[in-house]
Design a protein around this ligand. Structure first.
Ligand SMILES: Nc1ncnc2c1ncn2[C@@H]1O[C@H](COP(=O)(O)OP(=O)(O)O)[C@@H](O)[C@H]1O
Ligand SMILES: Cc1cn([C@H]2C[C@H](O)[C@@H](COP(=O)(O)O)O2)c(=O)[nH]c1=O
Length: 313
């Protein structure tokens, strides 16, 4: 096996002064983080001409990782809640903490940084079911939750999200996520811990909303949506939020032709627009082979129907 690495990644960073003075205005925890990260760059591992060859690379363990994120050291702190086992959903929250800063009194408010979890897959894969379970788990652990869905999909009404097998939960249907805070009310929004988003592919402002909700407002955002459309092209902005995410879960359904794992959604009708609301009447989950076969059948049917033209009575 040949391991190819990017040479620029092994190049040491050049700092003019081996001990850069840290501004005293920086909080203590930031100064200590900088101090623990920078030594690595001052004494980089020697560059080898053979770095293209198979050489085990020592793992890059930044000291800060050990210092600030070790579950053991966090367990000693009364401020940290360790994860409860036996939930469907393991939150990263307990380990994500700002170390004690200059003002211990505001540590509590800084403890809860936001999170983004993304659930993708074809139709019928259980995305909504998983979203509802995670939201339910968060609610059971005492957190305040709300769910948003796109108002484009009103198959089951505007005030509930409903899975393909009938489980439902109240939600707010919106044309854009930017309207959420105003619709809910600023006070209620501020009290909110967890925001669930279903049918995320229909929200154009998904990236900005998730970024602000997690980074600025410290919310946990759980997003469910289609990663690909019926032609397996990226759908909306769902893939754009992957770099923002703490976790990504790709689910699969059962292929309706062979019963194997289904990763794609086949559109059974001849409509060509990307957005077409529908359920099992329009779409079916399929495996790779039956996606390919299905596309041929659908395309052939479309050609035949187009050739026939309007039926004369
Ligand atoms: N071909 C299929 N494969 C898997 N589940 C299916 C299929 N057809 C219907 N279902 C039902 O759909 C449920 C998943 O619904 P849902 O969570 O709404 O999926 P999604 O949000 O991914 O479309 C499954 O639990 C199952 O009962
Ligand atoms: C593949 C595909 C789907 N849609 C629509 C169809 C449904 O209304 C939703 C997906 O709902 P689900 O909760 O994931 O079952 O999206 C679309 O508009 N275009 C497509 O290509």
């Amino acid at each position: 096996m040949l391991l190819i690495t990017c040479t620029s990644a092994t190049r040491p960073l050049a700092f003019p002064n081996p001990k850069p003075p840290f501004p005293s205005t920086l909080p203590r925890y930031m100064r200590s983080m900088l101090r623990s990260i920078l030594p690595y760059h001052f004494s980089p591992p020697p560059l080898s001409h053979h770095h293209l060859l198979l050489k085990p690379t020592p793992p890059l363990l930044l000291p800060s990782f050990r210092t600030f994120h070790s579950p053991k050291s966090l367990a000693k702190s009364p401020l940290v809640r360790l994860p409860q086992p036996a939930t469907h959903f393991t939150s990263f929250r307990p380990y994500c903490r700002t170390p004690l800063g200059d003002h211990e009194s505001d540590t509590q408010s800084r403890l809860c940084c936001g999170e983004i979890h993304v659930i993708v897959g074809p139709m019928f894969a259980g995305k909504t079911t998983t979203l509802l379970r995670r939201i339910q788990a968060e609610r059971s652990s005492g957190r305040t939750v709300a769910i948003i869905k796109s108002d484009k999909d009103t198959r089951y009404g505007v005030d509930a999200i409903v899975t393909h097998d009938g489980t439902r939960m109240p939600c707010m249907a919106l044309p854009a996520l930017s309207m959420f805070r105003e619709r809910l009310g600023a006070e209620a929004y501020d009290k909110l811990d967890v925001i669930g988003i279903d049918e995320a592919q229909f929200f154009e402002d998904l990236y900005d909303f998730c970024c602000n909700a997690a980074d600025r407002d410290r919310k946990t955002v759980i997003v469910a949506g289609l990663d690909g459309d019926y032609l397996r092209r990226r759908f909306g902005s769902v893939l754009d939020i992957i770099p923002l995410a703490n976790s990504v879960t790709k689910l699969s359904a059962r292929c309706e032709v062979c019963g194997g794992l289904a990763f794609f959604t086949l559109r059974k009708t001849k409509e060509k627009q990307t957005e077409l609301i529908g359920g099992a009447d329009v779409y079916m989950p399929v495996c790779r082979q039956h996606y390919i076969d299905g596309q041929i059948v659908v395309e052939a049917t479309r050609i035949v129907l187009d050739m026939e033209g309007p039926v004369a009575v």
